[in-house]
Ligand binder design. Structure first.
Ligand code: ASP
Ligand code: ASP
Length: 347
């Protein structure tokens, strides 16, 4: 639990917050949200990830790019998949990794978030990978860490999950090519509670996707959803009509207060993706899901395990994308040092 006095608020993820993601040279310093980053930068992440995808397929899966760096996985909310892929990404770049699960550690003894940060900072680390149940937590931490530390948001409340969105963009690009302008992408399900959907919508629009659709019952859509540049549908078959990419989202029951849903069976009747329903999408449509899957709630097992599903590829590509973001944020130092040397030689 975060101490009340230091609890992040939505104000902390206000409008110019993304500026803190870039250094004075316009390079990525922190990766907190896909919102506000340009298409050149998002494409650079995808291109860099492409080079690491090969490393991950080699027999010896290690490169020395981040040797001597220390990366701390700071997880205030449980996760298996995301933490593991961040850990593997760091290890494949030869960094040292420390996993700290805070929900069972200091803050439950009354220490404030800032105290915890200062203690970990004193151990001389270079990067915090942060997951937290409060929206704005990663921005708050980025605003309060020492200058030399990079922060990567591994999911904050229902706000953002930028590395998930970028591994999804990578998966789309691998399957559908680099021109997003030709694509119709449909995101189905619990948009309201989904940090993944928000980060995906920003990234898809920045990459100039032809059409981004969201499909959900009214109760599972944020009120201002149209302002994000999407077309809204309430009927699944109409919504996925001719889609090239169908992204299914998990029902985030842990974030729901009150009765937003009739029952899981009823939800599946209306919004569950079955083989029959998938016929409305294009013949070569791919099916994605950020995991973990609720089989028989938002997706039928036949579809999740079927030939159109790229769900396990998403997990593998997650490692390459996280390696890309880690080297881009931590690699800036080398470039700055080289620039410094050039400056010295001039005088
Ligand atoms: N929501 C979790 C995550 O993103 C899923 C998992 O733990 O497998 O990591
Ligand atoms: N794993 C994703 C997340 O942590 C999606 C999910 O949990 O449904 O946001």
């Amino acid at each position: 639990m975060v101490n009340k006095a230091t609890k992040p608020t939505d104000a902390l993820i206000g409008h110019d917050s993304w500026n803190i993601q870039l250094d004075k040279n316009g390079q990525l310093k922190h990766f907190l949200t896909t919102e506000g980053l340009g298409s050149a930068l998002l494409t650079q992440i995808l291109d860099t990830a492409e080079s690491f995808a090969d490393v991950n397929e080699k027999r010896v899966k290690k490169v020395p790019l981040l040797r001597g760096k220390t990366i701390v996985n700071l997880f205030f909310e449980a996760s298996t998949r995301t933490r593991t892929t961040f850990e593997l990404a760091a290890k494949r770049l030869s960094a040292d990794v420390l996993n700290i699960n805070i929900s069972t550690s200091a803050t439950s003894k009354g220490e404030t978030l800032l105290d915890t940060l200062q203690n970990i900072q004193a151990m001389h680390c270079d990067m915090f990978v942060v997951r937290h149940s409060d929206s704005g937590a990663a921005h708050y931490i980025a605003n309060n860490v020492a200058e030399n530390i990079s922060v990567i948001n591994a999911g904050d409340g229902s706000h953002a999950h930028p590395t998930q969105a970028m591994l999804d963009m990578f998966t789309i690009r691998r399957n559908k090519g680099t021109n997003f302008g030709n694509l119709r992408v449909a995101i189905v399900g619990d948009i309201k509670h989904s940090r993944v959907a928000r980060s995906q919508i920003h990234a898809l629009n920045t990459l100039n996707t032809g059409e981004v659709r969201v499909i959900a019952p009214r109760t599972l859509l944020p009120v201002d959803i149209e302002s994000m540049g999407v077309n809204v549908f309430h009927d699944l078959s109409t919504g996925i009509q001719d889609a090239d990419v169908v992204i299914m989202l998990r029902l985030q029951k842990e974030r729901m207060s009150g009765a937003l849903l009739p029952s899981e069976q009823e939800y599946f009747q209306l919004y569950g993706l079955t083989e029959k329903r998938l016929k409305a999408a294009r013949d070569d449509a791919i099916v994605m899901h950020p995991g973990p899957i609720n089989r028989g709630v938002e997706i039928d097992s036949n579809v999740a395990d079927g030939p159109r599903s790229v769900i396990l590829d998403q997990v593998s590509y997650g490692i390459a994308v996280r390696m890309a973001v880690m080297t881009m944020t931590l690699g800036r130092e080398r470039e700055t040092a080289a620039d410094g040397e050039k400056e010295d030689n001039k005088t």
